[in-house]
Every structure is written in C-alpha cells, then in structure tokens.
Design a protein around this ligand. Sequence first.
Ligand SMILES: [Zn+2]
Length: 329
Amino acid sequence: MPFLQRTVHCVTHHVRVTLHGLSIAVVAWLGFSGTAFGQAAIPEWCRPLPRPEYKSLERVPIGDAWFEVYKVAPGVFAIYEPHQSEETISYLVLGEKRALLFDTGMGISDLRKVTNELTRLPIVVLNSHTHDDHVGDNWQFETVYGMDTDFTRQNARGSRQDAQAEVAPDQICGNLPKGFDPKSYATRPWKITSYVHDGDRIDLGGRSLEVLATPGHTPDAISLLDRANGLLFTGDTYYPATIWLYRPETDFAAYDASLRRLAALAPQVKIVLGAHNIPVASPSVLPRLVTAFEAVRAGKVRPTQAAPGEVIYSVDGFSFRMRAPEGRK
Ligand SMILES: [Zn+2]
C-alpha cells in the first residue's frame, strides 16, 4: 500500500515529520518554530498523532506513559516513542531461552523497566545502527552486540550534541517523563560485549535471527531476518516515512545495494518492520523502494527544498531527505 505521506524538515532541528495531504511546497517553510509560535504551541509533526495505523494493532498496557507497546507478531513487541519527533520504534523479539532487543530508543525514559514488564528472559541488545535515537538505553543492558565497524565503536563512546537537538521544545509532543532533565541529556556510552557480522545467526531458542549487513544509511546499518516467521526488521534502511539520507556517513551506492538485497527477500517475507513512525509494512514496498531510489539517483525526480542545504525527493509514496545537489543552497 502506498504511503502518501510527506515529510517536512523543521528549519532549525532534526524533525521527522509526517504530514498528510499537504504539498511540501506549501508547508516546507512553515516548520514549527518555538520563537515564532511560542513555547506552548503544538509542533506540526505532533498534530496528526496518534497515527491511524495503530488502531488495528494490539496494544499492550505498560506502566510508563512515555512508551506505547504493541504486539505486532507472535512474540514480537514494538516499543514506540510517540512523544518525540523521531517516533522511534524498538523491537523486543522473544525466543524460548532469550530475547533480542533490536534498538534501545532515545534513552529519555527507562526502557529497561519496560522490557522487565514484558519478559523475564535474558536480553541481548543489538542495534539497527548506532545513531543516537536507537542506542539511548544501550548502557542499561549487560549484553550488547555490535557490528564490527569503526562507526559503531566511535558511537559507543557516547555523545551529547545529537541528543541535545532531540529535546528542543519543538521536538517534544506532550510531556517529558518526570525527573528527566533535558539539560543533562546525552547519549551515554555503552560496552560492546561481542561483535556480529553479516550472515551471523542469533539463536534465541526456538527462534533464529539472521544478521544482514545493509549499510548505506550508516556503515553499521543492519536488518534482521526471522526467516521461519517471515519477519524482516529493516531499521532505518526502510520505514514508512521520509528516509533520512543526508548525513555524511550515508553512502548512496551501499544503500542502493542494500535495498536490492532486501527486495530480493520480499517473496519470503510477511511483515516489514521499520524503526520509525509505524511498525508494520507490506513487503511489497521493498521492490518499489528500489525503483523509487533508482529514479532519484538517475536524476528523474525533482527535489523540493527542505531546509538550507537539504532537499526532499518524493516519488511513488516514498520520500528521501538528502543533501541539496551542488549549486543549490
Ligand atoms: Zn538513523
């Protein structure tokens, strides 16, 4: 199903906004700004929430209002953070002997408490990639696997700048958790307990997950395939909103190859589970995504301005946020 959503980048901060039925040309420069509308104004990205797609999912009650948890497949929980503009989704996948936590979110509230409510199994953490919005609570877990890349090792040292941008007033929808101090918010360092590589299988007991290196968005981007159950977790390589490909660590050729690799798996997959906004998508998006990105790379899609130095390419219901072509500011 085509996702006719358009994403607009806020002028001053990183905002993963999805707006319905509005032209980018009209809204691109209407990004919410705290100074223009006052601190109390609701950010644009927050207005279409809750997303209608969640109505058909099975919600699992938990004690922490920062997160929403949905059971999206047998033994698979999507842990969604709707109060921050990234709308990050982490996944807890249960086996019989242990569980794998694919990403640990923003680190704004306490994900460890949530996983404690959902399972008593020992938990292995593995990240779809190590951007700040996916590793926030890594530090809370004893077993954290990592891809064997310098990018991963660098990010495991922690950082502050990206985290600070995430909690600007226009990035938050509703209330921050009690006791959370935005001023001291940073991505805390974590310890990588062992390295994983492309093709590794992680045995959870009665469930096996295959690590697929899908670099492009970052050098350490991976997808996870639960072949027996037809589940493909795609991280930021695919999710149903504007895909961010503008950072210096992004590699278009690698991304293109990764999309093709995932598209080749589509016939074996039942659900595609991405890391932002909405947790379930049809595998039919994967081959279409290859074609859409090919059209962008071939110069067949006209970009619209998103923010200074950045543009958005929209084609066939997909959109990609990228750096502006040379000569365009
Ligand atoms: Zn990312």
